[in-house]
Design a protein around this ligand. Structure first.
Ligand code: OOG
Ligand code: MG
Length: 256
């Protein structure tokens, strides 16, 4: 099968929510570069005036996340406007095997491109910070994949629920923030911003270093999700997930 055919298979699984075999089952030598090409082709197919490109997400930027899925390098994915939830509700039946994770997200005011930038250069381009819950949903059977598989599947991207409040970058030390993830009132996981590559800002630096290889960068107005602080919680109908970010506030997601 060609990369185009794999891209079609992934795009169809994303649309129909029917789990498929991972690509490396039939193409064991799939490279990371080919996988990003599959991601690009499949995501560009879904982009229309009603489903615009809005930014990037980083994934597998914390040890907890890497251990959960057995893949130990950071990856990126593409975010589109229809992923951005309008209300804090999802319907479990519209997903294959959804999981929820707590993150920090940045919105940019300046264009930024280049490898190995410094925190100084990246902060200078950031307009504000949001708290985020990400819903991920691997299109592969049993939520099981290798590095190139998950890249091809747009890093399992599904939905995003952002805080209503936008924070100034200077609000706090984003490495020191603590988040407690609760499921139906019961504490399940907790972590700090430092779990994300030492500080979520380094996730953006890593993203830009990867994008620079393709001559790409971040444009003004674009969103970047920096990656799950803890591992992700599998959810089912009837669940309520709360991410408690202490004095910064709480995010809740209701699963119907
Ligand atoms: C890959 C997506 C990872 C994150 O924040 O680490 C991700 C997966 O776990 O399926 O979004
Ligand atoms: Mg994530």
């Amino acid at each position: 099968m060609s990369l185009f055919e794999y891209a079609e298979r992934v795009a169809e699984a994303q649309a129909t929510k029917e789990a498929v075999e991972k690509i490396t089952n039939s193409k064991p030598n799939l490279t990371v570069e080919e996988a990003y090409e599959i991601q690009k082709i499949s995501m560009e197919k879904t982009m229309t005036a009603d489903n615009r490109f809005i930014g990037w997400k980083m994934g597998l930027t914390s040890i907890a996340k890497q251990q959960q899925v057995g893949v130990d390098s950071p990856i990126y994915g593409r975010l589109t406007s229809q992923m951005n939830l309008r209300t804090n509700e999802i319907i479990a039946a519209e997903y294959i095997h959804p999981r929820v994770e707590a993150e920090v997200a940045f919105v940019f005011k300046k264009e930024l491109q280049g490898a190995d930038l410094t925190p100084l250069e990246v902060w200078d381009a950031i307009e504000n910070v949001f708290l985020a819950l990400e819903v991920i949903d691997s299109r592969y059977k049993n939520f099981s994949f290798t590095l190139p598989d998950v890249i091809a599947d747009n890093a399992s991207s599904s939905k995003i629920w952002l805080s209503a409040q936008a924070f100034s970058p200077y609000t706090c030390d984003w490495a020191s923030i603590e988040v407690i993830l609760k499921q139906n009132g019961e504490e399940k996981l907790h972590g700090t911003g430092a779990a994300v590559l030492g500080h979520p800002i380094y996730s953006v630096i890593e993203l830009l270093t990867m994008l620079a290889k393709e001559g790409r960068g971040i444009l003004p107005g674009q969103l970047v999700l920096t990656g799950g602080i803890t591992d992700a919680i599998p959810v089912k109908a009837g669940d309520e997930i709360e991410a408690d970010y202490g004095t910064l506030g709480k995010l809740t997601l209701v699963v119907k």
